[in-house]
Design a protein around this ligand. Structure first.
Ligand code: AOS
Ligand code: MN
Length: 390
C-alpha cells in the first residue's frame, strides 16, 4: 500500500453505526413454521434489553427500529427512556400495511377511499410514536400489489399511491423523513406497486426532499447489480437507508454477508467511494433480518461484525491507485486494487478498534462468555414471547 490507509480507516470505523430491528429479537420463521426459542423477549422493553447487549459488545449498534403495531406500548416516552437507560435509542419507526383483512386488495393503493384513509391514518399514529421517542425516520414498506393481469388498473394504483403518500408526507415534522422501501415480489406475484428502486425514487422525487429510498438487499432478482443502484441513489442524494440481509433465493432475511460477502464489500465500496459511510451523509445502515434457527443476540452481533468487516475492507481500497489504473485503462490493475482490499483480513484491525474503545476484540465470544443468554433463558419464564405479528 502506497498510503497509510489504516489510520483513517480506524477513525471512520469508530464513527460507523448500524441500526438493529426490534423484530430480530422475537420469534420468527417461514410461512411453514415459527420456531420458539428459550429466553426470547416478551415485550418491547425486553427486546430493547437484548438489543442493548449487541451494542454493549460491538459498540456499533446504538439504535433500534420499532414496528407498529408489533411494538405497541402505552407510554412511548417511557420506552424511549428505557432505551436511554440501556445506552441505546429508538431508530426508525416501521408502519404495517400487511396484516389487516381490509388490506387484502391494497392499502395506500386500495380502490376504496375509506381503506386508503385508514392506511394513511395509521401513519399519523406512527408519527406520534416518532414524536414521543425522538425518532426521525418513518419507514414504509408497501406490501400492495396484484396477483393477476387485469386484476386492477396499474396506472390508477400508482395515482392513488401518489395521493396517499402526499398526505403522509404532509404530516411530517421538518426534521422527519420518509424511507420508502421497494420489493419486486411478495406478498403479491404479478405486479407489486413499488417493485423497484425506480418506482420508489419517482415517488420520492414527487414528494420532496424529505423522502428517500430504502434499499433492502434481499429485494432484488438474482444477478441484480445492487452496488450500481447504491451508486445511482447516492449520486441523486436519495439513498436514505439500507435494510441489510442476505438472500440466496428470495427474501430470505438471512444474516447480512453470509450468502455473498463479496457483494456486501462491493456495496460498501460504493458507499465509501462517495463518503456515505460518514454519519453526516444521512444514510441509515439498518438490519432487516429474522433469526429463525440461530440465537437472536449472537445473530445480530455476527451481522454487525459482517457489516463492519465489509466496511473496513472498503476503507482499505487504495483509491489513488484505483483512480490511476482507471485513468490509464489498466483493467486488471484496477480490479486488483479492489481484490487486494477484499482479500485483506481486517479482523485484527477491528479488534484493535474495539480494544481502543474498551471492548473485547471479539464481541461474539465476549457475549457467549457473559452469561446473558443463560440468564434470560432461566429468568424469562411465562408470558407470551414476542414473535412475528405479536
Ligand atoms: C418486507 O419484506 C420488508 O423487508 C420490510 O422491510 C420488513 O421486513 C418489515 O418492515 C418488517 O416489519
Ligand atoms: Mn426490509
Amino acid at each position: 500500500m502506497t498510503t497509510d490507509l489504516r489510520t483513517p480507516a480506524l477513525s471512520a470505523l469508530a464513527g460507523q453505526t448500524i441500526e438493529l430491528p426490534s423484530w430480530a429479537f422475537g420469534n420468527s420463521g417461514t410461512r411453514f413454521k415459527v420456531f420458539g426459542q428459550a429466553g426470547v423477549a416478551r415485550d418491547p422493553y425486553e427486546k430493547l434489553e437484548d438489543a442493548a447487549q449487541v451494542h454493549k459488545h460491538t459498540g456499533a449498534a446504538p439504535r433500534v427500529s420499532l414496528h407498529i403495531p408489533w411494538d405497541l406500548v402505552d407510554d412511548y416516552a417511557k420506552l424511549a427512556a428505557h432505551a436511554r437507560d440501556l445506552g441505546v435509542q429508538i431508530g426508525a419507526i416501521n408502519s404495517n400495511l400487511f396484516q389487516d383483512d381490509e388490506y387484502k386488495l391494497g392499502s395506500l393503493t386500495h380502490a376504496d377511499a375509506a381503506v386508503r384513509r385508514r392506511a394513511v391514518e395509521h401513519h399519523a399514529q406512527c408519527i406520534e410514536v416518532m414524536r414521543a421517542t425522538g425518532s426521525t425516520d418513518l419507514k414504509i414498506w408497501l406490501p400492495d400489489g396484484t396477483n393477476y393481469p387485469g386484476q386492477d388498473d396499474l396506472r390508477e394504483r400508482q395515482d392513488r399511491l401518489a395521493d396517499s403518500l402526499r398526505q403522509i408526507y404532509a404530516m411530517l415534522d421538518a426534521d422527519m423523513r420518509i424511507l420508502l422501501e421497494y420489493k419486486f415480489f411478495e406478498p403479491y406475484f404479478y405486479a407489486m406497486d413499488i417493485p423497484d428502486w425506480g418506482t420508489s425514487l419517482v415517488h420520492c422525487l414527487e414528494l420532496g426532499e424529505q423522502a428517500t429510498v430504502v434499499l433492502d438487499t434481499g429485494h432484488h432478482a438474482p444477478g441484480t447489480n445492487i452496488e450500481f443502484i447504491v451508486m445511482q441513489l447516492l449520486r441523486l442524494g436519495r439513498l436514505g437507508a439500507f435494510d441489510f440481509n442476505s438472500r440466496n433465493y428470495a427474501d430470505d432475511d438471512l444474516i447480512v454477508g453470509s450468502a455473498d460477502p463479496f457483494q456486501l464489500f462491493r456495496i460498501m465500496n460504493e458507499i465509501v467511494a462517495q463518503g456515505a459511510h460518514r454519519p453526516e451523509s444521512g444514510v441509515n445502515f439498518m438490519l432487516d433480518q429474522c433469526h429463525n434457527l440461530e440465537k437472536k443476540i449472537p445473530g445480530q452481533i455476527r451481522s454487525v461484525m459482517n457489516v463492519q468487516e465489509a466496511t473496513a475492507k472498503a476503507l482499505l481500497v487504495d483509491r489513488e491507485a484505483l483512480a490511476a489504473a482507471q485513468r490509464s485503462g489498466e483493467v486488471l490493475d484496477a480490479h486488483s486494487v479492489l481484490m487486494d482490499a477484499f482479500s485483506t483480513d481486517v479482523r485484527p484491525l477491528l479488534g484493535e478498534l474495539r480494544e481502543s474503545q474498551g471492548l473485547d476484540a471479539d464481541p461474539y465470544a465476549a457475549f457467549a462468555r457473559s452469561g446473558y443468554q443463560q440468564r434470560i433463558e432461566r429468568e424469562r419464564v411465562g408470558g407470551q414471547q414476542a414473535g412475528w405479528g405479536a
